[in-house]
Design a protein around this ligand. Structure first.
Ligand code: FMN
Length: 201
């Protein structure tokens, strides 16, 4: 598929199964490729990734469930519990981090731009997430992007369970698995572009 076709086909897919149409080694290869080739400010290469397959992935979403049950208001818990059960039913998750130690070294070298570094770190992490998301989708996996790092309990458990260095800051969780149905779950409304969201002079 051409790059632009792959970008157009990438969607958020929530009905996922605990299977994969491609081997674990290929998934690993795609994450490695992303971390090797995605751009970062001043080529700081601060992105870090942890790939969780099967029972390790399920362990992550057991923590997600615990967070929902202990930190969310009772009124919204049932809906969120169903959502987390859907995430847990998938095949794996890529945890995306940014390494604060690498970013601190960059700040020290460039004091004039240090205020921009957190923003650039987030931009670069987003680029990494997008490359892996699009590439996995292109190979027949469905993905969705989560942010349970709103919860310090979630972050602490991730660090403890997989012995993650303390300087790695959790950014996002990319859940993947073989889609249950075929095609996008719902059509996406796309707002007008020309003359409104893109200006040309
Ligand atoms: C920066 C960013 C944050 C997002 N956070 C979440 C999230 O926390 N949970 C979720 O289910 N989807 C999340 N999404 C997915 C968006 O809701 C989704 O990409 C958007 O509705 C467009 O749908 P599509 O991915 O099918 O094109 C996020 C997407 C982006 C780019």
């Amino acid at each position: 598929m051409s790059l632009l076709q792959a970008i157009q086909s990438r969607r958020s897919t929530y009905r996922l199964t605990n299977k994969s149409p491609i081997p674990d080694t290929r998934i690993q290869e795609i994450v490695n490729f992303t971390v090797r080739h995605a751009p970062s400010a001043f080529n700081v290469q601060s992105a870090r990734a942890v790939v969780l397959f099967r029972e390790q992935h399920e362990k992550l979403w057991d923590v997600g469930l615990q967070v929902i049950q202990t930190e969310m208001p009772p009124a919204v818990r049932p809906v969120l519990e169903t959502k987390v059960a859907g995430l847990r039913a998938a095949y794996g998750t890529v945890l995306w981090f940014e390494d604060g130690a690498a970013l601190d070294a960059l700040k020290d070298k460039n004091p004039a731009i240090q205020g921009l570094i957190p923003e650039w770190s987030a931009h670069s992490s987003g680029i990494h997430q997008f490359i892996t998301w699009t590439a996995l989708d292109n190979e027949g996996l469905g993905c969705n992007l989560q942010h349970y790092n709103f919860s310090t309990t979630f972050i602490e458990n991730v660090h403890k369970l997989w012995n993650i260095p303390s300087s790695w800051k959790l950014q996002a969780q990319l859940v993947f698995g073989q889609p249950e149905g075929s095609g996008p779950e719902k059509e996406k409304e796309i707002q007008p572009v020309e003359g409104e969201r893109v200006l040309v002079f």
